[in-house]
Design a protein around this ligand. Structure first.
Ligand code: ZN
Length: 440
């Protein structure tokens, strides 16, 4: 039997091709690991670039002339004058909660600290009360609205932590909402159990009793139902000690939940060291981490998930030392830190904050919000770069080059979002605002 040779000039079929990108940021690089040091500045830029997509996957990436020669597509998207890049991955949110805390925001503006508010029954505990009395269906509705806002701003994969239930039943309810959101919305939602987000009022004065509940009940039930991939702990004075955190993280690990740590957010507490010690996938926040803690992260390859918008919302004028981390070889990722106290769905704004407040270059910040963020949620093999075989989660930005991310901020630069190979956001097609068409 002889194979039929492909006719010279025969083109492969594609569903959709994006062509003529002013800059196409592939972020292609060594597979299998997040970017560190100088690698974070390498965006793999192709000028006049094109991406061919078939059945939700990327099948070709290169110069427009080469891609259009190799593929024919039913649908062409022009990216003339625009920048094309992978969809953002947001590796740290508390997506599912009820209520809001704008009253406490006003108190914080007036100078009351986050921990003072929490100490008087507010903060996380207020959101816990409201989330406990909200049904799962309503939590799903609220989550869908937030995912819409994230998608319109270019986020195509998001991590969601629980932690506003603090009883087994309520934590399971939140994780059930996360599971449904992942099924219902085109954004992919990655689930994290964070029962150890705060000590609930019923265990006040006896946090070990609550830790025991997490160890003996929450972790086994969540693992048994397959409701989370990660387990996270808020390591801080007034929340959980290093010893308690280690117990929770090791028990989670034994049950198949990979460790993540809320580390050194409000004080130099040793959270970075614990994250390295337990072999965590990521340590998050890191505003007050010690030089030794940063070295430990680099040594163990723990990803630093930095949240400049969360630091901004704390109003203490302090940010994580991203330069020290990058220069020490820590893989740095960026997330929104979206929650009831830091209500921000927009990774473009986070990139701008990373550049302005932490002196990350636009290229480093883009790497941190795409490929490194994907590795922080164990999706580095699937998304985060534009390479053949990866899932076709692609953004077209109204920006002539990548530096506009960071440089131009406070507006939405997204022109189009392609999710799983489908055009799901097209802002070019939206109605022209009425004042634009008004004539004298
Ligand atoms: Zn958090």
């Amino acid at each position: 039997m002889s194979k039929t040779p492909r006719k010279a000039g025969a083109k492969e079929s594609a569903d959709l091709i994006i062509v003529n990108a002013e800059e196409l940021l592939t972020l292609a690089g060594a597979p299998g690991k997040p970017r560190i040091g100088k690698e974070m500045r390498e965006l793999g830029i192709i000028r006049d670039g094109a991406v061919a997509i078939r059945e939700g996957r990327i099948v070709g990436v290169g110069k427009t002339k080469d891609i259009t020669r190799a593929f024919r597509a039913g649908y062409l998207v022009s990216a003339q004058g625009k920048t094309v890049l992978p969809g953002f991955v947001d590796p740290h949110t508390h997506l599912v909660f009820a209520g809001s805390r704008e009253d406490e925001f006003e108190m914080r503006v007036e100078g009351t600290s986050y921990m003072e508010i929490m100490g008087s029954g507010g903060g996380i505990l207020k959101t816990v009360r409201e989330t406990r009395r909200t049904r799962v269906e309503r939590l799903v509705e609220l989550g869908l609205e937030r995912l819409d806002a994230m998608l319109v701003h270019g986020t195509t994969t998001v991590e969601a932590k629980s932690g506003y239930g603090l009883t087994t039943v309520d934590e399971l309810k939140i994780l059930e909402a996360v599971r449904r959101l992942n099924q219902l919305h085109s954004v992919n939602v990655v689930s994290t159990l964070m029962g150890a987000n705060a000590v609930p009022p019923e265990c006040r004065g006896n946090p070990n009793e609550f830790v025991e509940l997490i160890l003996s009940e929450m972790i086994p039930k969540v693992a048994e139902k397959g409701l989370a991939e990660f387990c996270d702990v808020f390591c801080e004075r007034g929340a959980f000690t290093l010893e308690q955190a280690k117990h929770v993280l090791m028990r989670g690990k034994a049950a198949g939940l990979e460790p993540k740590v809320h580390a050194d957010q409000l004080s130099m507490f040793g959270g970075a060291e614990i994250a390295a010690d337990v072999g965590a996938v990521s340590a998050e926040h890191l505003l007050f981490s010690s030089v030794e803690g940063v070295k430990a992260l680099a040594q163990k390859g723990v990803i630093a998930v930095l949240l400049p918008a969360a630091a901004f919302s704390l109003m203490i004028g302090r940010y994580a030392d991203a330069r020290l981390m990058i220069d020490s070889g820590v893989p740095v990722a960026l997330g929104t830190g979206f929650d009831a106290s830091c209500w921000v769905e927009n990774q473009q704004l986070v990139i701008a904050m990373a550049c302005h407040s932490m002196r990350m270059t636009p290229a480093e910040a883009i790497t941190a919000a795409t490929v490194n963020a994907a590795y922080a949620v164990n999706r580095g093999e699937e998304v985060g770069t534009l390479e053949v075989g990866k899932r076709a989660d692609v953004l077209v930005l109204n920006a002539p080059n990548h530096s506009f991310l960071g440089y131009r901020f406070g507006v939405n630069l997204v022109d189009k979002v392609i999710k799983n190979g489908r055009l799901v956001v097209d802002r070019e097609k939206q109605d022209v605002p009425i004042f634009m068409s008004k004539t004298e």
